[in-house]
Design a protein around this ligand. Structure first.
Ligand SMILES: Cc1cc2nc3c(=O)[nH]c(=O)nc-3n(C[C@H](O)[C@H](O)[C@H](O)COP(=O)(O)OP(=O)(O)OC[C@H]3O[C@@H](n4cnc5c(N)ncnc54)[C@H](O)[C@@H]3O)c2cc1C
Length: 443
């Protein structure tokens, strides 16, 4: 459902719980459709996991660095007046997988590529379908469709980079199923975006949060910070409620309201992640491109994003380059992500339980493997998210049907209801006004 869909909220009230990306985007579409929106957020600032920290070397992100572009993403940025960074072109788009001691554009050997092609063809011809089966894990699907080693260095690595899950437990139909939906059933917008790939706001993801905040205030929505909501607050609610409080937050609230859905959420494990936004000396890495992923079981980090250099120290420090050419020099900005299901816990501790110096030691070690030389970061900011992402396991696959459709005036929205990525959350948020207008109950 795109903006301007003709839904009329008629000034009817809706409460949104949580002002992370999910809650803010739900509130955005609801206010534009004419609902009277109140947002309550437990923390002192909106944005949830998303935020941009200013450092002497330029901005670093606390979680997401960008969104997968779509026509809806472009419309939303335009509606919020948020400018985007220039789309990366040429080698700046290159993605690598670390294998055999260095990053590689194509991580498979000739024999593996040949076997994978043969396996794909056999699957398509003999089994007549590549679509994941119910209860099939990513490991099982990859072995069936591509062969074990080809799957490990391609699909398993790519999925681990996004979902941070264990391929032996992740549900193939939850994470790959949408790719196999027949045309027409797809929830993707029909209109094509101006370009395919990741899009980031100029100045960082914090600008997107500010854009939501300003636009919501201009349209009369009320944002209450330091205002946690409990089941008791909602028991007597006389308006539809969008629960956008993450897996753990939603589970705690539903516990007192909807036992079945609380139990379903109880079956969703959450994965801890650590994000390290760091700057390294100019010229300290020979690699340029989007970033590099590490295969499951072979590293402490899940991957690194190579951000555009930000123009050095001094008066221009922190300025985001207007064009890739302008960004040709300066300290190297990198985002390292650690944690997830396969993190090799140090003395039983998860990544979020490690001290800053332990995390930075791991980053330095992994970076040395990639660049071949050891460099101390000029600066680093560590963000810890103990319940960052749902683990899209086969057990979650069984519970997922209970998250949607919504019922009882409680509408669940988050990275567990339809996909981790912000673009998927935005799509779901855009469909909420019509759903609430159709099924919401007011006295
Ligand atoms: C390190 C990292 C990197 C990522 N990179 C990307 C990326 O590049 N691209 C991408 O698309 N996605 C990325 N993601 C995923 C994306 O950031 C998340 O899926 C998304 O931010 C989740 O938003 P949310 O609003 O659902 O949850 P949250 O951000 O967790 O927000 C939930 C909010 O609800 C509030 N809350 C909880 N309980 C209550 C309560 N009882 N009452 C009131 N408020 C409550 C919380 O305080 C919080 O503000 C990344 C995630 C991480 C951790």
């Amino acid at each position: 459902m795109a903006m301007g869909s003709g839904v009329s909220g008629g000034g009817r009230p809706v409460l949104v719980v949580g002002a992370g990306f999910s809650g803010l985007s739900a509130a955005h579409f609801l206010t534009r459709a004419g609902f009277d929106v109140e947002i309550r957020e437990a923390a002192a600032r909106p944005g949830g996991m998303i935020g941009t920290l200013e450092t002497p070397y330029g901005p670093v992100e606390t979680a997401a660095n960008g969104l997968l572009n779509s026509a809806l993403v472009e419309d939303t940025f335009a509606a919020l007046g948020v400018r985007t960074r220039p789309a990366p072109t040429g080698s700046a788009r290159a993605r690598f997988v670390f294998r055999g001691g260095r990053p590689r554009r194509w991580p498979l050997s000739f024999a593996e590529s040949f076997m994978a092609l043969g396996s794909l063809a056999r699957c398509a011809l003999v089994e007549r379908s590549l679509a994941p089966r119910a209860g099939e894990t990513v490991r099982e699907w990859g072995t069936r469709a591509l062969s074990a080693s080809a799957a490990r260095y391609s699909i398993e690595t790519a999925l681990q980079g996004v979902y941070a899950g264990d391929p032996e437990r992740m549900s193939a139909s939850l994470v790959l199923g949408p790719l196999f939906r027949p045309e027409g059933e797809s929830s993707s917008p029909v209109r094509r975006p101006r370009f395919r790939g990741t899009v980031s706001p100029l100045g960082g993801m914090g600008r997107l949060i500010d854009g939501f905040k300003e636009s919501l205030a201009n349209r009369g929505a009320r944002l209450e910070l330091l205002s946690p909501v409990g089941a008791e607050d909602l028991r007597a609610s006389r308006r539809p409620v969008v629960l956008a409080a993450g897996v753990a937050g939603a589970r705690a609230i539903l516990d007192g309201l909807d036992r079945e859905r609380a139990d379903a959420l109880g079956r969703v494990e959450t994965l801890p992640l650590v994000s390290v936004g760091a700057h390294f000396p100019e010229g300290s890495s020979p690699w340029r491109g989007f970033g590099c992923l590490f295969p499951p079981y072979e590293a402490d980090a899940l991957g690194v994003l190579w951000n555009e250099p930000v123009g050095g120290i001094g008066p221009s420090a922190g300025a985001v380059p207007e064009s890739p050419l302008e960004a040709a020099s300066g300290p190297l900005s990198e985002t390292w992500i650690l944690g997830g299901a396969l993190f090799r816990a140090t003395a039983g501790r998860s990544a979020t339980e490690l001290a800053d110096h332990e995390i930075l030691d791991l980053v330095r070690r992994e970076r040395r493997r990639v660049t071949g030389v050891d460099h101390e970061p000029l600066h680093a900011r560590v963000s810890r998210w103990p319940c960052a992402l749902p683990h899209f396991t086969v057990e979650m696959e069984k519970a997922a049907s209970l998250f949607r459709p919504n019922r009882g005036n409680l509408y669940l929205l988050g990275n567990y209801t339809g996909g981790i990525g912000l673009a998927r959350i935005l799509e779901q948020a855009a469909s909420l006004p019509a759903e609430i207008a159709r099924t919401g109950v007011w006295p």
